[in-house]
Design a protein around this ligand. Structure first.
Ligand SMILES: [Fe+2]
Length: 357
């Protein structure tokens, strides 16, 4: 034990090699050859000692180890080194009669082996070869990794761009939809602005607020599929016509399906903005708090805007009247908290409806 402790040699800087042999003469010679190659080497007299050195220094590029040594032999050390530092190149030193052991060490992952007695020139060449190979392996891995990272970043950016492009397209579709119908011109934009300000009053911020704003803009996107004759009918709708209009919530949700992962709230708004607190709405006849909050919100401001603008089938109401109507229907059709927040967000009815471009 005492001998082992004194056998350990540590260079001043972090070692680039570790020579493990119970023969001090071998260690000394190999250490000198390595030094001439510009490689600072630590020394250890057994496997156990070698592990202590590695524990302190961390990974070293190359370990040169004898096979038969006291305490822990070369093969056990090889296993342990590769388990902890898979990138270390391990060179085994074997006696002439140890060919089988040499082969076994290669199977275990040793980089190479050298037969004793060791020729200095051969040793030098093998060490340089091992270090060169290790460098190439690491470089290749680095390149692969950075290629993989770059690829991943590109895919992420592409997804983002596709999504932005898609959003631009559906927003344009909403504008075209409103151009078809003089009565609903600006409806989505106003609903979006009413919804956003009411949402702020209710304490929503960040991405939730952004989605409510966008949901207000897109809530009727499904009406793209509704026939103009039904959309613009100047009179009460037949039962069939009303059924056709009702489909716009499901069709809208289908159109926006690509947004579901990042904009789930927008899809909730589109699907559920015609639900009513008493469960008599559509499409799912949801009741009370089972209606998504953002949809309850858009439901209120959508109704307000519908009441305060001219429609094909009726003239507009005064904003103050419309607010009275919201209050009257709070708890039946609308969420009372949302109605209260809306009135708080727009306290001066005489300045409504909002003017939009
Ligand atoms: Fe709608």
């Amino acid at each position: 034990m005492v001998i082992a402790a004194t056998a350990t040699v540590r260079p001043e800087k972090t070692p680039q090699a570790l020579v493990v042999d119970d023969d001090a003469q071998v260690r000394k010679t190999l250490g000198r050859v390595l030094k001439a190659l510009g490689i600072g080497a630590a020394e250890a007299a057994s496997g156990r000692e070698a592990l202590l050195v590695l524990e302190e220094s961390g990974e070293v590029p190359i370990v040169i180890s004898d096979i038969y040594m006291p305490e822990m032999d070369g093969l056990a050390l090889l296993r342990e080194v590769l388990r902890r530092f898979p990138d270390t190149a391990v060179l085994m030193l074997t006696g002439v009669a140890e060919v089988n052991t040499a082969v076994e060490s290669l199977q275990l992952g040793a980089f190479d082996y050298l037969s004793k007695p060791i020729l200095v020139d051969e040793f030098r060449i093998r060490v340089e070869k091992a270090l060169e190979k290790r460098r190439l392996v690491l470089e290749n891995r680095y390149l692969q990794q950075s290629y993989h990272d770059r690829l991943e970043a590109n895919v992420r950016e592409l997804n983002l761009r596709n999504k932005e492009q898609f959003l631009g397209q559906v927003q344009m579709a909403v504008q075209m939809l409103e151009k078809k119908d003089v009565y609903t011109r600006g409806h989505s934009q106003r609903v979006s602005r009413y919804a956003a300000r009411t949402a702020v009053m209710l304490g929503f911020t960040g991405t939730m607020l952004d989605q409510i704003r966008l949901g207000g803009d897109l809530h009727d996107i499904g009406k793209i599929g509704t026939r103009d004759a039904v959309l613009n009918k100047p009179g009460p709708l037949t039962r069939e016509e009303f059924e056709e209009i009702k489909k716009h919530v499901i069709e809208g949700e289908e159109i926006l399906e690509p947004l579901r992962r990042d904009h789930a709230v927008v899809l909730e708004i589109v699907r559920s903005h015609h639900e009513r607190m008493d469960g008599s709405g559509f499409p799912d006849r949801l009741r009370g708090e089972s209606i998504p909050m953002a949809a309850r919100l858009v439901s209120v401001v959508d109704a307000f805007d519908a009441m305060t603008t001219n429609r094909a089938y009726r003239a507009s109401r005064e904003p103050a009247d419309a607010m009275e109507e919201l209050l009257r229907c709070a708890g039946i059709q609308f969420d009372p908290d949302v109605v209260a927040a809306f009135l708080k967000a727009f306290p001066d009815a005489s300045r409504l409806p909002l003017a939009v471009a």
